[in-house]
Design a protein around this ligand. Structure first.
Ligand SMILES: *Cc1c(COP(=O)(O)O)cnc(C)c1O
Length: 367
């Protein structure tokens, strides 16, 4: 059993007996065979976080969170999530045999809620939670108090709520640093920015520990419909800004309030990185492109980094000599609606007999 614990020297102390893993991490770094070369980038890589046990990088968070629970003898997991954090926590709770209770936002996608429930988690939807700020605040305050009474804490994948569990996510940077001694430029999709901060802090931690030569530049990418960080980062400002309402359709990145944005801006800037805003249509195009030109099936949020690379290329902001790494953060099966749109452009037929089949095949081959 290794998972994130390969890097235990760089993680918060957890006894051996309490360390949990479902095989998270050690995700492949696949070199682009088509998209990179077609953009004139001969060193473009995809880090396949979609291949984690529940289909997203959030498993690195959940592995750390539940290991700490086991270590501390905590008996119940309370969380709020509309998606991948919930699925990851639900799976690791099942493995730890702890009850998992999820307060979910009003209107959260049923597919993602199902993934939580199939691992045995309870999904409790609260009217207007995540929609009206005062309701959201009331629910969060109540949960915080209840968690304290029940000797647990509310699990949310951001440093401002759960810094110790977020340390598990820093293992992404350790894996990249171990693979690319000479440094990279990494593109990271952001909602609240916790992931971006984990990657940037991970490289800094690695550097302190091993003092390696390579420098890693961390770029942050957001949909323009949830631009809390990237315009400020690119514009030389210090402060992130909350948006009144998230207008992006990219599930997982709809985080209108400021979570880790302030630290993200500082950390990306320290690394020499900047921010890129992308349109939803560009993201969907990249998602389709990854599937059809590379054989990589990710959810829309997982294609945001590649959309960011295209922006950076157009802006002349790429260093051609330094490997480029896109974080492919979540699996395509997470979003079945987008999957059926993507499938609809390929040939599909019901044929009466072998003759028709033959004609159809020949027609396809000669097209
Ligand atoms: C959670 C998540 C993100 C971004 O996370 P933040 O920490 O909110 O910036 C990106 N992609 C996927 C698939 C996610 O689940």
């Amino acid at each position: 059993m290794k998972g994130i614990w390969t890097y235990h020297a760089l993680l918060p102390e957890v006894e051996n007996r309490a360390r949990m893993s479902l095989g998270e991490g050690h995700t492949p770094l696949v070199k682009s065979r088509f998209i990179g070369p077609s953009l004139g980038l001969n060193n473009l890589y995809f880090k396949l976080e979609n291949l984690n046990p529940t289909g997203s990088y959030k498993d690195r968070f959940a592995a750390m969170a539940l290991s700490r629970f086991v270590q501390q003898g905590i008996k119940v997991c309370l969380a709020t999530s509309s998606g991948n954090t919930g699925a990851a926590l639900a799976a690791y709770c099942a493995a730890a045999q702890l009850p998992c209770i999820m307060a979910v936002v009003d209107g959260a996608p049923e597919g993602k809620l199902q993934q939580m429930r199939l691992y045995g988690a309870a999904t409790l939807m609260v009217k207007d939670f995540g929609k009206r700020p005062e309701v959201t605040e009331q629910v969060m305050t109540m949960l915080g108090r209840l968690a304290e009474e029940q000797q647990t804490s509310v699990q949310i994948s951001a440093y401002c709520f759960c810094p110790e569990a977020m340390a598990g996510v820093q293992t992404i940077a350790y894996e990249i640093a171990a693979a690319f001694d000479g440094g990279t430029q990494v593109f990271v999709p952001a909602g609240g920015g916790g992931l971006t901060l984990a990657v940037a802090r991970g490289f800094e931690r690695w550097q302190r520990q091993y003092g390696s030569a390579g420098h890693h530049v961390v770029h942050c990418v957001q949909p323009m419909g949830n631009d809390t960080i990237v315009s400020a980062l690119a514009g030389g400002e210090m402060h992130p800004t909350a948006v009144p309402q998230s207008t992006t359709a990219i599930s997982g990145l709809q985080v209108p309030n400021v979570l880790d944005g302030f630290e993200v801006i500082a950390a990306c800037r320290r690394s020499g990185g900047t921010g890129f805003g992308v349109q939803d249509e560009q993201v969907w195009e990249c998602q389709d492109w990854l599937a059809k030109k590379e054989g990589i099936f990710c959810e829309p949020a997982g294609a945001v980094a590649l959309a960011g690379v295209r922006r950076a290329l157009a802006a002349g902001a790429l260093d051609p000599d330094r490997p480029i790494v896109c974080l492919i953060t979540g699996h395509g099966f997470k979003d079945v609606q987008r999957a059926s749109v993507m499938a609809s452009t390929s040939a599909n037929a019901y044929l009466a007999n072998e003759k028709e089949l033959k004609n159809y095949i020949i027609q396809l081959i000669n097209k």
